[in-house]
Design a protein. Sequence first.
Length: 311
Amino acid sequence: MADAEFSHLPQDVRPIAALDAAARIAHIRVARWVQHAAADRVLGYLHEALAQPPRERMENLLLVGESGMGKKMLIRKFERQTIAAVDDAGGVQRRPVVVMLMPHQPTEAQFFGQLLGALHAPVAGHFIRGFPLQDPAVRLLHELGTRVVVIDELNSLLAGTPRQQRVFLQLLRFLSNELRLAFVGVGVPEARHALLSDSQLRSRFTDIELSPWSLSEDLRDFVARLTWSLPLRQPSPVDSPKLRRLLVERTGGITLGICKAFERAAIAATREGREKIDLSSFEDPEIWRGVATPSRTVRTQPRATMAQQPA
């Protein structure tokens, strides 16, 4: 089929729409980034954190959202956007942004072990011999020009004892002051509680909430862009208030549930030769298998996405 026949799709999706059904279904099932207005706003806040000049009191961010809202994909997108070229003089690739996973035990050794792992530095031997890990981690952050450290699943800090939590937060405050870099904590809404035992550190964090989808223009934008990413050969009439309400009611406004429903509808449309999805595509109970969540009040307006903590 000629590329022009798929003018309803973005240029990069049109060649995929020309493939056979099996290849297109495989593409639909692959996780992919869908650019949309709400994500653009969050990425803007993250880039502002990166752009701030080094100073004694760095401004940090706390990105919270329910599981399945796409926080991990957002921070990985941020990381990819900031990858720097290899320094020809030193042969080192700069890492302005480093994404690490919060250790299950909030101890100094576990934290620096996770950090060195995120920096692709060998750490097993150091653990075995009991060497301190702070010095090599700090040195690597300096050498790589790191300006932002993203700590995913920060809410795991709550698994530690109150004393472990306090000591760990003091460590973060020390590193922020010493290295003059910014931290971005990422987690479910309970992550807010993880910072409360250190008021000085908490005052340096600005909250960003990735709220569940509401009946708003943001959801309309997301649904349109999600549909464009699917290699269906016919235009899909999905700009429907009734469909958006159904999505919010059946998924609780969780991104993962919405994406699963659209992917299943698109796979069914491809297999059956319909080549488009619309409101009727979501009448099949199979679309909602494992997706439906307990009913929530459907919001007609989006929540505020950013709230400044008092200094």
